[in-house]
Design a binder for this molecule. Structure first.
Ligand code: ADP
Ligand code: MG
Length: 698
């Protein structure tokens, strides 16, 4: 087998391929486009397109597609072949600069949240040269942004690119104040750790809930769950290992820096983490990773479940968004430096994040708000719905010393002064120092842990980039006018700590006392998606996005509509699936078993002339009849409530109705069905059990 170093990135039209295949001048122009956000002119695009096409054809590609990320959360592609007819019934393989730079597509089948009504149905896709083209399944995929005819963003990439530009602009202003003249670009970096479940395909195919909704809507706990902790970091089974090996190989060919794989806490749960990359590339790579995980699993007769809560009572799957800020000179701005001067710069960027997370905690919560993630946040392993920040004891003590104008540590006598004192090295958080915090400083980056496993990582990073850009904007405004930079910097840092320290919490976020404490501190506890979405259009949020040109108010409203509508649709599908499974599979099966019990009772009491009232058969039958009755009335109620929900015209009201009226009835139905499962003979139970799903891959 070929060596990894040889095939790594072989399916990517990356910088080294461009360097080898493009005329020097063209290559330089593309470099400028990538690193300094300059537009490509049409002549240059034509040269790039031609080189890209030749390369793709040599690799066996016959088609190309503008690969984009609409609001559905998955990626979209429409394949066009390179063929172009010439005389005598012949063809040539052709791909023009225009086709590379811009595509036109029918936007009417993608969610637009009302933008479609006021604008044309046409949508445009535009090449994002900062993310490389790649070949997937014989198709040249060109990463693109997707906009409406009027220029409104219809996708996840457009706002992300805008937010990267915003933080670049503001961070450069701040760096200049520190005398950093050589830095010309600042980018955020992301390493998303991806969790998932692997189950056997044959069981999956027998579960309509998994097929239609990605999660189990019924299922009693097996005798064993995750309590023995024997899965986490355990030996990887050979079937899973074969799958992971293939995933790695395919990801490496696509230039995705897949780095670590291990078993997670729950049975059948695993994790894949890449080496970090520039944010928009990391977002693209995470989409590719999710797609490959699912596709390759099937080849191994496995199914990869990306749902954030596929099993009740078992850990859900999240995604940890590791995030930092780097300069084009290779400096990680969230890395505490060696000198007082570097320390001061670090502290200012740290404060920018603290302020951002405190002021825009609602936007961070919204960025991970989905019907699926609502089951996870606050349960077992996941962070709670309250956004708070873990800094660790050392850093917290330093901030306290600055805030109080006090000495830091036992040895120091002088008060801690920003820009004068060297800070100690902070240990990197490599262990489970605090796994409960939604937002944690881990030595040289922040880890945002609230994302659900199926989420695109785009939106959380839009929020982070934009909110931190806003902090930096305020800081730069204040410092640029300062008479004495050192004093102003010290005061600014001190004031920021004073004002925003309520967001910092180093304790156990799963503890109930934290919920109360958080409330006292005035932190938001947005437990559900409708609660969170209710805050999207707050004045401060509209202003934030307008200031940094991320979303117009129209775009924001359209997104709110899409997110709300999506929440309603998901719960509606889940409710319908539950009714379908209960009516067609579960109740008939339980009915048969009850008849069997009744026959057995009759037979035995006739033959042996005994009173069966205390028998296993009688008592089980009685309980099953009662539960069946409960299930049936829940089904009738569920049908009524979903019909009522569907009749509510206003999406926000409708989503609240689903949350308050539909979800509780779904829980009732589930409780009755799970109760029946525990009492029904295995051969009568019509669907694979949690035991099959969680322990079925051997
Ligand atoms: P571990 O937790 O195993 O010690 P790290 O903390 O180094 O590993 O990294 C965990 C994740 O964070 C990885 O995906 C890694 O690439 C990512 N990461 C590390 N440094 C950065 C950074 N500067 N910016 C963004 N992500 C990073
Ligand atoms: Mg982590």
């Amino acid at each position: 087998m070929a060596r990894v170093t040889e095939y790594f990135g072989e399916n990517v039209f990356n910088e080294s391929i461009m360097k080898a295949r493009l005329p020097k001048e063209t290559y330089n122009l593309v470099q400028r486009a990538i690193h300094n956000n300059k537009r490509l002119d049409s002549a240059t695009a034509a040269v790039v397109a031609n080189a890209m096409k030749d390369w793709a054809i040599e690799k066996g590609a016959t088609h190309y597609t503008h690969w984009f990320q609409p609001m559905t959360g998955i990626t979209a592609e429409k394949h066009d072949s390179f063929i172009s007819p010439v005389q005598n019934g012949k063809i040539i393989m052709d791909f023009s600069g225009k086709e590379l730079i811009q595509g036109e597509t029918d936007a009417s089948s993608f969610p637009s949240g009302g933008l479609r009504a006021t604008f044309e149905a046409r949508g445009y896709t535009a090449w994002d040269p900062t993310s490389f083209a790649f070949i997937k399944e014989g198709v040249l995929c060109i990463p693109t942004a997707f906009c409406s005819y009027g220029g409104e963003a219809l996708d996840k990439k457009t706002p992300l690119l805008r937010s990267m530009e915003a933080i670049n602009k503001q961070a450069l202003r701040v760096l200049k104040l520190f005398g950093n003249e050589e830095v010309t670009a600042v980018k955020t970096t992301v390493g998303p750790e991806q969790e998932y479940f692997l189950i056997d395909k044959k069981y999956y195919l027998e579960r309509k809930d998994l097929i239609y909704t990605g999660r189990t809507l019924f299922g009693a706990m097996p005798p064993k769950g995750q309590e023995l902790d024997d899965h986490y970091f355990g030996t990887i089974k050979s079937r899973v290992k074969a799958f992971m090996t293939e995933v790695d190989e395919e990801l490496w060919k696509l230039g995705v820096l897949s780095k670590t794989e291990h078993n997670e806490a729950a049975p059948a749960q695993h994790e894949l983490a890449p080496f970090f990359a520039t944010t928009n590339i990391a977002v693209d790579h995470n989409q590719i990773t999710m797609e490959l995980l699912q596709r390759i699993a099937k080849k191994h007769d496995l199914i990869c479940l990306l749902h954030e809560k596929p099993f009740d009572g078992v850990n859900g799957s999240g995604k940890h968004n590791n995030w930092s800020i780097s300069t084009n000179t290779g400096v990680n701005l969230l890395n505490p430096g060696e000198t007082p001067y570097e320390n001061a710069q670090f502290l200012l960027f740290l404060c920018a994040v603290i302020k951002a997370v405190d002021e825009y905690q609602d936007l961070l919560r919204i960025s991970v708000a989905t019907a699926g993630n609502d089951h996870r946040l606050g349960a077992l392993e996941a962070p709670p719905a309250v956004v708070s920040m873990f800094l660790g004891d050392e850093l917290s003590e330093i901030l306290e010393a600055i805030e109080a104008d006090a000495p830091y540590g036992a040895k120091e006598k002088e008060n801690l002064k920003v820009g004068v004192h060297v800070l100690p090295k902070f240990p990197k958080d490599t262990t489970d120092r605090n796994r409960t915090a939604p937002f944690a400083f881990t030595g040289n980056k922040f880890e945002f842990r609230m994302l659900g496993s199926s989420d695109s990582v785009a939106e959380p990073n839009v929020v982070l980039n934009t909110a931190v850009a806003e902090s930096l904007r305020c800081f730069a405004d204040e410092l640029e006018g300062a008479e004495n930079f050192e004093t102003a910097l010290h005061d600014l840092i001190q004031n920021t700590i004073k004002r925003h320290k309520r967001i910092i919490f180093n304790g156990n976020c799963y503890d109930e006392s934290w919920t109360l404490e958080a409330e006292k501190r005035g932190l938001l506890n947005l437990a559900t998606t409708p609660d969170a979405l209710g805050r999207l259009l707050c004045k401060k949020n509209i202003e934030l996005y307008a200031t940094h040109k991320i979303y117009t108010e129209t775009e924001l409203r359209s997104r709110l509509e899409i997110l709300t509508e999506n929440y309603c649709k998901i719960i509606n599908i889940e409710a319908n699936t539950m009714v379908d499974m209960a009516v067609k599979d579960i109740l008939p099966a339980v009915g048969q078993y009850i008849s069997l019990l009744a026959e057995a009772i009759d037979d035995v009491s006739d033959v042996f002339e005994v009173d069966m009232k205390k028998s296993f058969e009688y008592e089980t039958g009685k309980k099953l009849i009662a539960l069946k009755g409960e299930a049936y009335s829940a089904i009738k109620r569920l049908k009524r409530e979903t019909a009522k929900a569907a009749a509510i015209a206003d999406y926000t009201e409708r989503s609240v109705y689903y949350k308050d009226k539909v979800l509780p009835v779904m829980e009732k139905l589930r409780a009755a069905v799970d109760g029946m499962e525990a009492l029904t003979a295995a051969e009568y139970w019509p669907i694979p059990t949690y035991g099959d799903l969680l322990f079925g891959v051997i």
